[in-house]
Structures are given as structure tokens and as C-alpha cells.
Design a protein around this ligand. Structure first.
Ligand code: PRP
Ligand code: URA
Length: 208
């Protein structure tokens, strides 16, 4: 699939296994999700625009690199929040916008309830963040909101994706780059990802 990037680094996959394990308790789940998000930041920023500058080492002058675009992280509430601290470890100056979307448990349709974005968001390198891409409804709702704000280039960082969700996003927005640690098998009849890791928000916040 075009514009789908599966990050298969062994460190990442070992941490994902901890998250999948139903015995993993809240504190370890939170810590591990944050660590994975930090590791994935390395890949998702691979194409961030840079400029070259002169820098003096103690020995001589050489050419160095600086990032030349501000970064905006946009977690989809709630579960997306669980990845933000990890990303900020590597991008401490990033702005954070918030999109509140939850999936109605019966209809599985997205319900939007909150939006706050930085003023200049469309001039920044935007990373939409949510650990789970299941039917794709929540991601589509968030992407539509961001597109209405004039954001053209969009990177979506998730942890586990279902083929159904990837297809739904790419049918409507083929240019959105999806970065994930795993492309799982399928959804079950309740819209949960198989094998997945359960309800990410509930496991993060103890609301299961
Ligand atoms: C989860 C998850 C995604 C969404 C994915 O959130 O964090 O936002 O489901 O499912 P979809 O692709 O079918 O839309 P949930 O609705 O459970 O809300 P929460 O983050 O508040 O727990
Ligand atoms: N949301 C989750 O948190 N987990 C799933 O498997 C599907 C949607």
C-alpha cells in the first residue's frame, strides 16, 4: 500500500508486544506507549524540511543541519494523548493542538467534541497522533477538520492499524502518510482490531 509505512525495528516490536499482552498493567502500558511514540518520532520526521548552516567545531568550520519548520502534534483525544510525552522528548518545542473525537460504541461513528489548534498550524509540519486506526472513522473526521484548516501535508502516527482503516483513509486522502508499528489482520464485529491490544484509551486511563 502506498503511503503506508510499517516500522519494524526490533526495539519497537518488543515494546508493542508488551502493549498487546493483556497482563500488562496501566503504569507499564503508559510508559511503554510513550517510549514507542518516542522511537517512532525518528521515522516520522525523516522528511521534515531542513536548512543547512555553518557551524564551528573546536577544530574548523563545517556545514550543519537545522530543522526549518515548526512541528505541530495533534493527538486525537483521548488515547492520542498517551503518545505525546514520548514525542515531546525528541521534539520538545513542538506545539500541541487537540482534536476530540470518540467512536460511538453502538454505531461506531465518530463524534467530534473538541478542537483547539495553534494559529499558524498550516505553516507547520503536522503529525496527527492516535494509537489505534480501526474503521478509520475517527482519523477521517480528524483529517477532514485539519484539511478545512488549510493543512495540506499530513502525517498520521498510529501504533496498530487495521487494513479496513488504512483503506478508508487512503480512499479519501491518498496523500496522507500513515506510519504504524503494525498492520493487523482485521476488525471483529465490534470494530476492535484483531489481534490488536484492546481498547487503548481504557487501558491508558483505567476506564475499562
Ligand atoms: C479509539 C482510538 C481511536 C478510535 C479508532 O478511541 O483511540 O480514536 O477508537 O477507531 P476507529 O478507527 O474505528 O474510529 P475511542 O473512540 O475509544 O475514544 P477514547 O480515545 O476516548 O478512548
Ligand atoms: N479503538 C481501540 O482502542 N481499540 C481497537 O481495537 C479499536 C478501536
Amino acid at each position: 500500500m502506498n503511503n503506508l509505512f510499517i516500522i519494524e525495528h526490533p526495539l519497537l516490536q518488543a515494546k508493542l508486544t508488551v502493549l498487546r499482552d493483556k497482563r500488562t498493567k496501566r503504569q507499564e502500558f503508559r510508559q511503554t506507549l510513550s517510549e514507542i511514540a518516542m522511537l517512532m518520532t525518528y521515522d516520522i520526521t525523516r522528511n521534515i524540511p531542513v536548512s543547512h548552516v555553518k557551524v564551528e567545531t573546536p577544530l574548523e568550520e563545517t556545514t550543519g543541519t537545522v530543522l526549518n519548520k515548526d512541528v505541530t502534534l495533534v493527538p486525537i483525544l483521548r488515547a492520542g494523548l498517551g503518545m505525546i510525552d514520548g514525542i515531546l522528548e525528541l521534539l520538545p518545542d513542538a506545539r500541541v493542538g487537540h482534536v476530540g473525537v470518540y467512536r460511538d460504541k453502538k454505531t461506531l461513528l465518530p463524534v467530534e467534541y473538541y478542537l483547539k489548534l495553534p494559529e499558524n498550524v498550516k505553516e507547520t509540519f503536522v503529525i496527527l497522533v492516535d494509537p489505534m486506526l480501526a474503521t478509520g472513522g475517527s482519523a477521517l473526521a480528524a483529517i477532514e477538520i485539519l484539511r478545512q484548516k488549510g493543512i495540506k501535508e499530513l502525517n498520521f502516527l498510529c501504533l496498530v492499524a487495521a487494513p479496513e482503516g488504512v483503506r478508508a483513509v487512503h480512499e479519501k486522502f491518498p496523500d496522507v502518510k500513515i506510519f504504524t508499528a503494525a498492520l493487523d489482520r482485521q476488525l471483529n464485529e465490534h470494530g476492535y482490531i484483531l489481534p490488536g491490544l484492546g481498547d487503548a484509551g481504557d487501558r491508558l486511563y483505567g476506564t475499562e
